[in-house]
Design a protein around this ligand. Sequence first.
Ligand code: SAH
Length: 368
Amino acid sequence: MTESAERLSEVVQQPVNLLGLDRDALQAYFVSIGEKPFRASQLLQWMHQRNVIDFDHMTNLSKALRSKLRETTEIRMPEVVDEQISRDGTRKWLLQLSCGNRIESVFIPEQERNTLCVSSQAGCALNCSFCSTARQGYNRNLDSAEIISQLWLAEQLIGEQQRISNVVLMGMGEPLLNYDNVVKAMNLMRDDFSFGLSKRRVTLSTAGVVPGIDRLADDCDVALAVSLHASTNQTRDELVPINRKYPIQQLLDACIRYIGDHKRRKVTFEYVMLDGVNDSIEDARRLARLLQSVPSKVNLIPFNPFPGAPYRCSSRQAIERFQDVLMHKGIVTITRKTRGEDIDAACGQLVGDVNDRTSRSRKMLKHV
Ligand code: SAH
C-alpha cells in the first residue's frame, strides 16, 4: 500500500465526513473502496446541488453502496444556533462546532449579487489591532467540511428564491494559515458538480501571508484580496503585525507574481480608514505610488467600531479626499458600504465564541 493510501485507509476507519472532500479526494475515496471514480460527481451533485444528505435518497447509487456509505462515512455539519437579521437585510448566523467553539457567517444580499462571507478559523492568531476577531484569540483551523458547510447551510436558510452568487473568505480567521482545508473548500465552491461559482466570484482575503499567496497562484484560481491598510511599514507593523515578517514590498512582489501573465487578474487592496492613523493625503499619495506597478483596485473600508477599540473611523470628508487622490492617480477605488452594522456583522466585527488557546497560536505563527 502506498503511504497516501495507508493514510486514506486510516481516515476511512473513523467515519470520513464526505461533505468536505473535493472531487479529487472523493474519487480517491471511491477507488479505495473498489468503486468507479465517477461516483464522486454523483455524490457531489446530491450533496451540494440538490442539498440531499440522506444516503437513502441518493437513487442513482446502488443499495449496496448506499449501505456501505451509511456504515463507514458520514455527512456532518455544524448546527446553526442563532440568526440575526439586519435592517438592511444582511443575515448573520452563529454556528456551533463540535469542539465547543462558535463561528459566524454573514449573508449580504444586494441588487446585482448575493455574497456569503465565510470564516476559515475559530478565532484568529494574527492580532490586527483594529479587528475584533483578534480579541477572541485563536483556537483552531476549521476543516474543509466546516468551511463548505457554511455555504450549504446558507443556501438552505435563504430559501430557493435566492442563490449565493459570490463567496468571500473574509469572515473569522486568516485563510492562508489554513491552506489545505481552504483550498479543498474553494475547489468545491468552484466545481461544476457542486457550487459551480466562477473564479472571479470566489475571493480569498489575506492579511499578507506571502508564502501562501505564492502557493495559491499554482493551486487554485480565485480572486485575491489583500488587507494592506497602510502606506508605510511603520504604520502597518502596528496595524497588521504580520507585516514585521512580510513587509509591504515583499507583499506587493507576491501580488505581482500572483497576477503573473493573467491579463485579467487584479488584486483588490483593502484599506481600513482610521481617523488620524492612515487617512492623510500623504498616505493616499504614498499608497498610489506603491500600487503603481500592481494591476489593482482599492476598497476603502470605513472602520467598524467595537467595544474597547483604540480607533475611530475617518470622517466622510477624509474618506472622500483619500478616494479622490487615488482616483486622480488612475486607481479604481471604491468605498465599501458598511452592511449589517446593527447586528455586528460588518468587516472585523465577527467574534463567534472562541476558546482561546494562545499558546497554540504562538506555535502556529512560528511556522508562518
Ligand atoms: N484575515 C483575512 C480575512 C479577514 S477579512 C484578512 O485579514 O484579510 C476581513 C477584512 O475586514 C480585512 O480586510 C480586515 O482587515 C477588515 N477589518 C477587520 N476589522 C475591521 C474593522 N473593525 N473595521 C473595518 N474593517 C475591518
